[in-house]
Ligand binder design. Structure first.
Ligand code: PLP
Length: 398
């Protein structure tokens, strides 16, 4: 075989992040894919409209059914997750609601884990339950999930790593347990990103991300994505056209731009988070650190098996009460107090006050949220600055 006939090796993740979905010829010879900021698309004449309606001409029709900037983002996202197709939605929650409503009917059942984004639980317990869909919320471990399966279960949904305790779902074991069962395994891999883990290759049927977090990466857009086999994603896309939680073209463009640096950003955040987690674990005021990259994490071995990096979120508990924990947070430099994660700016939150403010200490403890729990999202600042900011605040706020 001639040297030039040899098939090119499949592009790596960084190459895909830069080029996938955006390499086609662009208007005006533009290097970057433009923002197609339109609500609708025109037809030259009635014959063209009729040909489109008969399915003879593939073209865009109306903004709720698709947009070229959205499509560029979707192709990039599908390439990163190794998926047949991807669907972009208005937010991470829009991705979750559209998926669950596409997969579930009255009389069917969904299994969900108790450690995870609170609004996903709320959606299942309050909204889906009202539609006659039964919900089991179980601990985030394989045995508990498998024990909750029923003949009418159609979705098993878990995060990995979970929010806020960073538990790791054993996706291959769950997929094996679901073999022959009609339930789809849906993994919210927002905290992992396609850089650290590819759940579809490990047996998940669908992967969901809040693209608001690492994928966008700059704390300036809201979006969500569902990736998986084209027929399944296509069915969810059909429902999106009805439910309407579509992304704005400008948000899709910001996402395309952010995705180009995703592998570099996540690699830096993995490294900084491990450094910060290790430093926190050594400090006498810190009662416990949860970070999958630490040997002390109960699922460290599983994390090493399934992930190539452990993410930029670090959760820890202080040896302190609610108010002393707040004093520590107020003393931390650089980290900004805000919900969300995954962007270039380091963020810090006292979980009890950010997400569970209305509950008493006892009520929070009953659902596993202690008052001294702190969640960090490590940004792209110098890791030594982030470490110093946290250690200084631990010392000065004592
Ligand atoms: C794991 C996880 N999934 C989904 C969401 C919802 O995403 P969005 O805020 O983009 O709707 C969040 C938001 O914090 C999250 O942490």
């Amino acid at each position: 075989m001639d040297e030039n006939d040899r098939p090119a090796p499949p592009p790596g993740l960084r190459t895909r992040a830069v080029h996938a979905g955006t390499d086609a010829a662009q208007p005006f010879g533009s290097l970057t894919a433009p923002i197609v900021q339109t609500a609708t698309y025109t037809f030259a004449n009635t014959a063209e409209l009729a040909a489109h309606m008969r399915g003879e001409v593939e073209r865009l029709e109306y903004g709720r059914y698709g947009n070229p900037t959205q499509r560029a983002a979707e192709e990039k996202l599908a390439a990163l997750d190794g998926a047949g197709d991807a669907l972009l939605c208005a937010s991470g929650m829009a991705a979750i609601t559209t998926t669950l409503l596409a997969l579930l009917r009255a009389g069917q059942h969904v299994v969900l884990t108790d450690d995870g984004y609170r609004r996903t639980r709320q959606l299942c317990r309050q909204v889906l339950a009202r539609l006659g869909i039964e919900v089991s919320v179980v601990p985030a471990d394989t045995a508990a999930i498998v024990a909750a399966l029923r003949p009418e279960t159609r979705v098993v949904m878990t995060e990995s790593p979970t929010n806020p305790y960073l538990q790791i779902a054993d996706i291959p074991a769950l997929a094996a347990a679901l073999a022959g069962h009609p339930a789809k395994l849906v993994v919210d891999a927002t905290f992992a990103t396609p850089v650290n883990q590819r759940p579809l290759a490990q047996g998940a049927d669908l992967v969901i991300h809040s693209a608001t977090k690492y994928l966008g990466g700059h704390n300036d857009l809201l979006a969500g994505v569902i990736a998986g086999p084209a027929p399944l994603v296509g069915a969810i896309r059909e429902l999106q056209g009805v439910l309407g939680a579509v992304p704005d073209p400008h948000a899709a463009w910001l996402l395309v731009r952010g995705l180009k640096t995703l592998p570099l950003r996540v690699a830096a955040q993995n490294e900084s988070a491990l450094r910060v987690a290790s430093a926190l674990e050594r400090h006498p005021r810190v009662a416990r650190v949860w970070y999958p990259g630490l040997a002390s994490h109960p699922q460290h071995a599983l994390a090493r098996e399934l992930m190539t990096g452990f993410g930029g979120v670090v959760t820890f508990a202080l040896d302190a009460d609610l108010d002393a924990t707040s004093r520590f947070i107020d003393a931390v430099r650089i980290f900004r107090i805000a919900p969300s994660l995954g962007g270039v700016e380091a963020l810090i939150e006292q979980v009890a006050l950010m997400s569970y403010f209305e509950l008493t200490t006892e009520e929070r403890l009953a659902i596993g949220i202690r008052d001294s729990l702190v969640r960090l999202s490590v940004g792209l600042e110098d890791p030594e600055d982030l470490e110093r900011a946290l250690l200084d605040a631990l010392d000065t706020s004592a």
